[in-house]
Design a protein around this ligand. Structure first.
Ligand SMILES: Nc1nc2c(ncn2[C@@H]2O[C@H](COP(=O)(O)OP(=O)(O)OP(=O)(O)O)[C@@H](O)[C@H]2O)c(=O)[nH]1
Length: 301
């Protein structure tokens, strides 16, 4: 299956409601505009974005005399795409680069690190994995499995070790091995715990201070957490000044619009999206491709 098809398949649940209001041949009337706005809100795009997208599209329809719903699909995708913040640099391809992955428990950090390491190694990039999740023994084992699978070395310490000193070790090793890409997994934590957030601030500070390579802090968010995901993003961004976001599990939700809202409200780029559990299901992010997959295309296209 091609990448585009995987993205489309992954977003099929999010697309279902919009598909319904865009059924072929539908008239563009007041009910259509109400339905469109409601559907965008229900898909977790947020009221502000939903209203401004609908208003703009409505003006465009009047200006260009578009009367059938199907005629508006591509325009809607383009309008939604314009809501995403754009990335100044991609920390996974603009090398050298150190990336710290943060997020709440179970968001998909370890899996994401593993998938990215696998892809980087296959592309011939000298890659190193850092295991700063010393809280859970299983997390260290899980990273080791990904390391073995992809042939990437994992630098970590035993359970209970200070995560900031693990980062120190990782950077030291990266310099010695002349690594180009360093991916560091951190322990999952609730954004509502000030103590854990402070610990994470220390991890980021130590890594930034010690590393001669640019350091990015990337938040991994599980899309199925919906509006809670937006709150998490705000808390993490306030504490750590994030560089970007990876949204996972978009295949498990009808609320894929949350990616639009997070990127727009926090002015943070989406760096990758997860649309399934396979290695190829962690995809590069293209705002227009993503928006098209969210909105759907007319039949026969
Ligand atoms: N369906 C689906 N599952 C995913 C995706 N990304 C990750 N997962 C699954 O989510 C689960 C949790 O992923 P982990 O990588 O262990 O999460 P974590 O953030 O490292 O968790 P902690 O170590 O507890 O902080 C795993 O079963 C993954 O396979 C995705 O895009 N789609």
């Amino acid at each position: 299956m091609g990448l585009k098809d995987r993205l489309k398949r992954g977003l099929s649940r999010s697309r279902a409601a919009l598909n319904e209001i865009f059924y072929m041949g539908g008239e563009v009337d007041d009910a259509f505009w109400d339905d469109l706005e409601d559907t965008l809100v229900m898909g977790d795009m947020g009221a502000e974005v939903a209203i401004s997208v609908t208003d703009d599209l409505r003006e465009q329809a009047a200006r260009e005399n578009l009367t059938r719903a199907g005629q508006l699909r591509e325009a809607l995708a383009r309008r939604i795409a314009s809501e995403f913040a754009t990335a100044e640099r991609d920390p996974f391809s603009d090398l050298p680069s150190v990336v710290l992955f943060v997020g709440i428990n179970g968001a998909g950090k370890t899996t994401t690190v593993g998938k990215l390491a696998n892809v980087a190694r296959r592309a011939g990039t000298r890659t190193l994995i850092g295991g700063a999740d010393t809280f859970r023994a299983a997390a260290i084992e899980q990273l080791d499995v990904w390391g073995q699978r992809s042939g990437v070395e994992v630098v970590t310490r035993t359970r209970g070790a200070d995560p900031a000193s693990v980062c120190y070790d990782v950077i030291e090793r990266a310099e010695k091995d002349d690594a180009q890409l360093v991916l560091i997994d951190t322990a999952g934590r609730l954004h509502t715990s000030p103590e854990l957030m402070r610990e994470l601030e220390k991890v980021v500070k130590v890594t930034r201070k010690r590393s001669g390579m640019p350091v990015s802090v990337v938040l991994v968010i599980d899309a199925t957490t919906g509006q809670n995901g937006l709150n998490q993003a705000k808390e993490f961004n306030d504490a750590l000044d994030l560089d970007g976001v990876i949204v996972t599990k978009l295949d498990g939700t009808a609320k894929g619009g949350i990616a639009v809202q997070i990127s727009h409200e926090l002015a943070l780029p989406i760096l990758r999206v997860g649309v399934g559990e396979g290695v190829d299901d962690l995809q590069s992010f293209d705002a227009l491709e993503f928006s098209r997959a969210l909105v759907g295309e007319n039949e026969g296209k």
